[in-house]
Design a protein around this ligand. Structure first.
Ligand code: FAD
Ligand code: 2HG
Ligand code: ZN
Length: 477
């Protein structure tokens, strides 16, 4: 029988008896940050918040939850955008935070691999790799706070996907605790391993619905010895896409980042983020921030400058600045990485993390922007992001005094129009942020019946009691 709120006190007593002291956070103030999400879209309650210190404790917690039919909500850095790490309002789910599992277990420079526990922050993993003379390429604006377990659970993307791939492509092996407490251990630095189904690949991107990731073996690269970074004004999105093609031809596989920014995003950063300045003298409608990198000492600045000059002659670039040193490079990235924070400070927004094939990006932006102009006159379109991957954060900002009810009334209509346009352009309504709680209905609408059935069958097989992150990713009846 499923537990009810009348059972809460007895359950908590039994839980206390099942875990060593110090694992459960009992104080309401200590629990509070675990009960809401980064965007403050959801406010939950929990039976408890557990912070295990070792795998055996994670295993014991899950075995207890499975026996008692208690829903488990894994939580990493709590920076995700779709409410996946927040418990529901029942007060009967257990949040399991991974922050205490934060050891770098091993680093093998010769093998270009690192094995880390799930609670390491992304920045901690990047630093450990750099200290060993290696490079870990996952890069997100939230690197200081998000955890590698959360990055893998969401199959995070970010700023270097164009060259290095998403989190799944950077993962060699996983250790995870399954719903019944069993431990799946495959922390091997093998680049080739065709022994049956790709269970590691399945756990990556499963958003806590199939198990709790406790550690991972990740791929490393040699350190980057040269980079060249430019901020260029382009007349429109079609020119931005054409410029990417030119850069790929000029620089081969050395384009690692290609970010598109509209003037509205730059203005948000200028207004709300201290220290951000306009890199160019005049205002333009669209910009790209692009970066080349190499593992060798190379004159990439010359390659980039020449490519931009050719593109200027072809009318693809209106003005551009190359970072002359590390400080200027950092300031261009500060501008880009702070757009989400600037948008948060500016007021409420409607966010759409979409992707389309790169060749269809301009057509999609034209159609979707026209729809927003026609139907959302009170909103400011801030469509920016990882254009090199065909991924845009097609966001709409509203004035700070916009009433939540007014926004809530518009949201379903806007979401449907944008996501239907994405589908019509052969794209995805969730490029890199996952499904969480926010997009369960979207998955139901846009995934094929066969995909949904396969996902449900996998879920039932690995989590027959439905305790792993209930209500996230899949609607289970
Ligand atoms: P959480 O938010 O804690 O959890 C996310 C999901 O994973 C939840 O469903 C949770 O239950 C599950 N989970 C967490 N840890 C585990 C675990 N150990 N085992 C199993 N399940 C787990 N995302 C991008 O993809 N690209 C970006 O460029 C990007 N930029 C960002 C910039 C900013 C400023 C911010 C605030 C966020 C950004 N994000 C980006 C979103 C977010 O940082 C990523 O989704 C990140 O991967 C989430 O990691 P987390 O540790 O915070 O996970
Ligand atoms: C980014 O690319 C993040 O900066 C956040 O994925 C996007 O806030 C957003 O919509
Ligand atoms: Zn992004």
């Amino acid at each position: 029988m499923l537990p009810s709120s009348a059972d809460a006190a007895a359950l908590l007593e039994s839980l206390r008896a099942s875990v060593p002291s110090g694992v459960l956070l009992e104080d309401a103030a200590d629990q509070a940050p675990f009960l809401t999400d980064h965007r403050r879209l959801y406010q939950g309650r929990a039976l408890g918040v557990a912070l295990p210190r070792e795998i055996a404790e994670v295993s014991a917690l899950l075995a207890w939850c499975n026996a008692q039919r208690i829903g488990v909500v894994p939580q990493g850095g709590n920076t995700s955008y779709c409410g996946g790490a927040t418990p529901d309002p029942s007060g009967l789910q257990l949040v399991i935070g991974l922050r205490r599992l934060n050891r770098i277990r091993a680093i093998d420079a010769a093998d270009f691999s690192i094995t880390v526990e799930a609670g390491c922050t992304l920045a901690q993993v990047q630093r450990a790799a750099a200290e060993a003379g290696r490079f870990f390429p996952l890069e997100l604006g939230s690197a200081g706070t998000c955890q590698i377990g959360g990055n893998l659970a969401t199959n995070a993307g970010g700023l270097n996907v164009l060259r290095f791939g998403m989190a799944r492509a950077l993962t060699l092996g996983i250790e995870a605790v399954l719903a019944d407490g069993r431990v799946y251990q495959r922390l091997r630095a093998l680049h080739k391993d065709n022994t049956g189904y790709d269970l590691t690949g399945l756990l990556v991107g499963s958003e806590g619905t199939l198990g709790i990731i406790t550690a991972a073996t990740l791929k490393l690269w040699p350190p980057l010895r040269s980079t060249a970074t430019a901020f260029a004004a382009v007349p429109d999105v079609a020119a931005a896409v054409a410029l990417l093609t030119e850069l790929q031809a000029a620089a081969g596989g050395r384009v690692n980042s290609y970010e598109l920014l509209p003037r509205s995003a730059l203005e948000l950063a200028l207004r709300h983020i201290e220290g951000v300045t306009d890199p160019l003298a005049a205002a333009h409608e669209w910009y790209v921030l692009c970066e080349l990198s190499s593992f060798a000492d190379e004159a990439l600045g010359t390659v980039l400058a020449q490519a931009l000059e050719t593109a200027t002659d072809a009318g693809l670039v209106q003005d551009a600045v190359l970072a002359a040193n590390e400080r200027q490079r950092a300031s261009l990235w500060q501008l880009r990485e702070n757009v989400p924070e600037a948008q948060r400070r500016a007021g409420p927004s409607l966010k759409h993390d979409v992707s389309v094939p790169v060749a269809r990006l301009a057509g999609f932006v034209a159609a979707a922007s026209q729809w927003v102009r026609d139907h959302v006159p009170s909103g400011t379109l801030v469509a920016y992001g990882h254009a090199g991957d065909g991924n845009l954060h097609f966001n709409i900002s509203f004035a700070a005094n916009t009433l939540p009810a007014a926004l809530a009334a518009q949201e379903p209509v806007v979401r449907r129009a944008i996501h239907d346009l994405v589908a019509a352009h052969g794209g995805s309504f969730s490029a890199e942020h996952g499904i969480g709680r926010l997009k369960v209905g979207e998955l139901e609408r846009y995934a094929s019946p066969v995909s949904l059935a396969m996902m449900r069958e996998i879920k039932r097989a690995l989590d027959p009691n439905g305790i792993m992150n209930p209500g996230k990713v899949l609607a289970i009846s």
